[in-house]
Design a protein around this ligand. Structure first.
Ligand SMILES: Cc1ncc(COP(=O)(O)O)c(C=O)c1O
Length: 479
């Protein structure tokens, strides 16, 4: 006969079977998981960068009916590494040079594992005080690294898109409700689409968003900006927000930040800098010079999941006058009345209430690597981009259009009698051939109306040998 205690335990287990494995099983599984992840990282160079496939191709691999019953965690892990991982586009691959890479370092991965493992709630001070305090430290470090006002407010976001949205909402708080009727936002023709998208999400009509032209180097044309602001004011509109680029996505172009800052002061405009791609270049002496003026921004978008080697899912916005940030986002609710009002409740600085410990990956990277190491990594990315441009430029089938920070833009040379469309087809064919081979990944864009290939170096795994392998792969398919 079971004792009363044993019977109660058996009933408990029947009502609530264990969702977590026991301690030994968790440890064993955790070790196996780390082994698989380390294999994934250390064999990356020998794996294809990306695989083309349709929805049907990949669904055939990964889709299953909703499971009613249980499967072992080992089985789930095996499924992921057998069926999902092989087809992944490896954005952390040393020869992934498309878009803006997100290289993620081991320290970043470990920080993210800590966040998942300890599951802090960083929406409120009461819910996650120590991790909120850590986020404040990380925000101060980020500002200090780039020469930004140490008293600024800020928040870690899901990425640069959300950071740009928070910046516009903060500016709206400074200028008041009138901006929804008459406000005008200015961005350069080369500005990132997320700025325009954020403005529309916030309720601005397309007619309230002005696209300013660029010069031959794809930098915002200050005269055009000034002219547009003048015209809008004389038509009764309320210019209030200028978004400048600290490195455009297309070509790495840097807008004349200091001049735009002067203009914004003179015209009482909010000066926003989108540094999602290039902001961290200011960690290097060369970048600091190129990005002079960025530190004067009223708001600054950064993306640690790009050039700070953190895993996907962490951006940042710094806002000089934090009262505008908090005016835009602070919220109330009877269920929140226990919250201390004299501490930072991050729910008051962005749209999210429940939010994860984003600070942990950024903190782990900065604390373990240190500022100087990060500066060295970024400087090497920029050196390799220039080397790539030199090597591509030596081939007379190709024309290098420019190098901005670590973005190299290049294309095929126009042949006598060839149309621009035919030339563009050769660019696209090169991109496709290298991708199909799995050896490297580039991307294409339109730059100044012309089809262009882009090669971005932003990865601590991209050694000079890897870069030379990339260039050999490109030249093999150049036509
Ligand atoms: C200049 C710039 N701004 C904003 C973004 C959007 O950032 P995220 O993809 O992190 O949302 C990007 C993304 O590449 C970017 O390059």
């Amino acid at each position: 006969m079971p004792t009363e205690d044993q019977a109660a335990k058996r009933d408990d287990t029947r009502r609530r079977p264990a969702l977590d494995p026991d301690a030994d099983a968790m440890r064993q599984f955790g070790y196996a998981l780390v082994d698989r992840l380390v294999d994934h990282l250390t064999t990356m160079s020998d794996q294809p960068v990306a695989r083309r496939g349709t929805g049907a191709d990949f669904s055939a691999l990964v889709d299953e009916p909703l499971p009613a019953g249980a499967a072992s965690l080992d089985d789930c892990l095996g499924f992921f590494f057998d069926r999902v991982a092989p087809g992944m586009t490896r954005v952390a691959h040393p020869r992934f040079h498309a878009y803006i890479p997100c290289p993620s370092s081991f320290a970043g991965m470990v920080g993210e594992m800590l966040a998942a493992g300890t599951n802090p709630f960083v929406g409120t001070w009461l819910g996650g005080a120590t991790v909120s305090a850590l986020e404040l430290t990380v925000l101060r470090w980020l500002g200090e690294m780039l020469g930004y006002d140490p008293a600024a407010g800020g928040i870690l976001t899901s990425g640069g898109s959300m950071a740009n949205l928070i910046a516009i909402a903060s500016a709206r708080a400074r200028y008041g409700p009138e901006v929804m009727q008459r406000g005008v936002i200015y961005l350069s023709r080369e500005g990132h689409a997320s700025v325009n998208k954020a403005a529309r999400i916030l309720g601005f009509q397309q007619a309230a968003i002005r696209t300013v032209g660029v010069d031959d180097d794809f930098r915002m044309d200050l005269e055009q900006l000034a002219g547009a602001v003048r015209t809008d004011r004389s038509n009764g509109a309320l210019p209030f927000f200028v978004s400048a680029n600290a490195g455009t996505t297309n070509s790495g172009a840097i807008d004349p930040l200091s001049d735009i800052a002067d203009h914004c002061v003179a015209e009482d405009l909010w000066f926003h800098v989108d540094g999602a791609y290039g902001g961290f270049a200011a960690l290097t002496p060369e970048g600091r010079e190129l990005l002079d003026g960025m530190e004067r921004a009223d708001s600054l978008t950064l993306d640690p999941h790009k050039w700070l080697y953190c895993p996907m899912g962490v951006g940042c916005v710094l806002v000089r006058e934090k009262r505008n940030l908090e005016a835009a986002f602070s919220a109330d609710g009877h269920y929140l009345r226990d919250l201390p009002v004299d501490e930072v409740n991050f729910m008051d600085r962005g749209p999210e209430l429940s939010r994860p410990g984003r600070a942990l990956s950024v903190w782990m990277v900065i604390r373990s690597a240190g500022r100087d190491m990060l500066s060295t990594q970024i400087a090497e990315d920029m050196r390799l981009a220039r080397l790539a441009a030199d090597l591509l430029g030596e081939d007379d089938r190709l024309e290098v259009r420019g190098v901005g920070l670590s973005v190299v833009t290049f294309c095929h040379r126009l042949r006598p009698g060839e149309s621009e469309a035919e030339r563009a087809e050769r660019d696209d064919a090169l991109m496709e051939a290298t991708l199909l081979e799995g050896e490297l990944m580039l991307s294409t864009t339109l730059l100044g109306g012309r089809n262009t290939l882009r090669l971005v170096v932003m990865n601590h795994r991209t050694t000079e040998a890897e870069l030379r392998r990339t260039i050999a792969g490109i030249l093999k398919h150049a036509s």
